[in-house]
Design a protein around this ligand. Structure first.
Ligand SMILES: [Zn+2]
Length: 421
């Protein structure tokens, strides 16, 4: 592994490990957005930001921002960041590694005695993971003008609105327009891969080519709940039979669409509810939610056509009604900025790191940031691709290598951006 990195791998690692300590002790590693633990984690980050000489603030969308003023502020901002919240019983690296990377990069710049031309910002985006309010990427939506009143009216199970929660963590939902930025010239995010491509090929970093778009489709089959003992097979209207066949259709269609190879495509049925769900009752109603992800919107279109047609046929065969076939959400795929990708690739090469282009099958804050500025991501390997679980693991050297590639890219971009136009 590389030992001549331009930043302090141990200092970066110590931050990741220290933040991991701020967890629900019963459920490591849990630091859910909007909770007291989340705010404790943020307080810890603010102290580190201050020690690094950053000017710290929380914007109206609830993002924690540390700012290192550039020599030529008119050039705008180069931002580096990710998120410090976790899923329940999540890991120590998802998101946190990206925030710690931003912090370590400004410290390394300071240690080298260089004041960049551009202002550098480190951003901890609010609530990247799906929150109790049913929304993910709250902070990056806010920063890009994509957080609307309907979203702010969402409530958590206790009844608090996202609007009130945002106020509670230092944001200002009535002045969200102040969070929207037009001065960021580049956004860079380090994240663990959450997959096995890098590990299985023994590569140091992944340069993310694009971030998948995600379509969620709700399908409801309505049949008739009948006695499981006395209703003859020929007279049943079993909603689960249609739903089960649809799950198989999703699998088959996704395998076919992914087999093309050029574009990324995956689809999953992760929610299947059976009503009334009793061992002695023929299922009367079934709801399933399909999650389809791709870098190529045309594939989603074909997928939806196939599932629409086949689920209709499955309903007929089971003598039930397909009561609902509806799109719940539809986020488009995002291509990472070519110039930033080149800067990251050259940064990796400067350091002798091996790299590969790969798509991201997970959503990230960078996908929203690309709406307002050139954005790109670097992936670092994580053990067995495991994520959103306590076993999630990335090596100290792996994180440091990815962070160092971003450091190199930031230095190069600081010299090139706004100067050759
Ligand atoms: Zn994440």
């Amino acid at each position: 592994m590389k030992t001549n990195l331009p930043l302090d791998a141990d200092r970066l690692w110590a931050d990741v490990m220290a933040l991991a300590e701020i967890t629900d002790p019963q459920r490591p590693y849990t630091r859910r957005s909007f909770t007291a633990l989340f705010l404790e984690g943020r307080e810890w980050l603010v102290q580190r930001f201050n020690e690094a000489g950053l000017t710290t603030r929380i914007d109206t969308a609830g993002n924690l921002i540390g700012r290192m003023e550039g020599r030529n502020p008119a050039l705008g901002v180069i931002a580096i960041g990710s998120h410090s919240d976790t899923v329940p019983s999540g890991g120590r690296f998802d998101g946190i590694a990206g925030v710690a990377t931003g912090l370590e990069i400004v410290r390394a710049l300071r240690d080298s005695g260089v004041q960049p031309e551009h202002t550098i910002e480190v951003i901890d985006f609010l609530a990247e993971e799906p929150s109790e309010y049913g929304l993910s990427c709250v902070g990056s939506r806010g920063m890009t003008g994509s957080l609307d009143d309907k979203m702010l009216a969402l409530t958590e199970p206790g009844g608090e609105t996202l609007r009130d929660a945002l106020r509670r963590v230092g944001g200002d939902p009535d002045r969200l327009e102040l969070a929207k930025r037009d001065d960021i010239r580049a956004f860079l995010e380090l994240h663990i891969e959450q997959g096995i491509v890098l590990e299985s090929q023994s590569l140091d970093v992944g340069i993310v080519s694009s971030i998948v778009g995600i379509r969620r489709i709700e399908v409801i089959f309505q049949g008739e709940a009948d006695h499981a003992g006395t209703t003859p097979m020929a007279l049943r209207h079993d909603a689960l039979v249609a739903a089960a066949a649809t799950v198989s259709s999703v699998r088959r269609a996704a395998e076919q669409l992914a087999a093309g190879g050029a574009d990324y495509f995956v689809a999953t049925v992760g929610i299947l509810s059976v009503d009334p769900s009793a061992s002695n009752i023929v299922p009367g109603r079934c709801r399933l939610v399909i999650d389809a992800r791709t870098t190529q919107p045309a594939l989603t279109q074909r997928f939806v056509e196939i599932i629409d047609r086949e689920s209709t046929a499955h309903a007929m065969a089971a003598r039930v009604t397909r009561a609902t076939f509806a799109t719940l959400s539809d986020g488009p795929p995002v291509a990472c900025d070519p110039a930033l990708r080149t800067a990251l690739r050259e940064g990796a090469h400067d350091l002798g790191l091996s790299e590969i282009d790969l798509p991201s099958g997970a959503g990230h804050d960078a996908a929203f940031m690309s709406r307002i500025c050139p954005s790109a991501m670097i992936f670092v390997p994580c053990r067995a691709g495991k994520s959103h679980a306590p076993e999630e693991w990335a090596d100290r050297e792996a994180i440091a290598a990815g962070a160092a590639a971003i450091y190199q890219a930031v230095k190069a971009l600081d010299q090139s951006l706004g100067r050759n136009g």
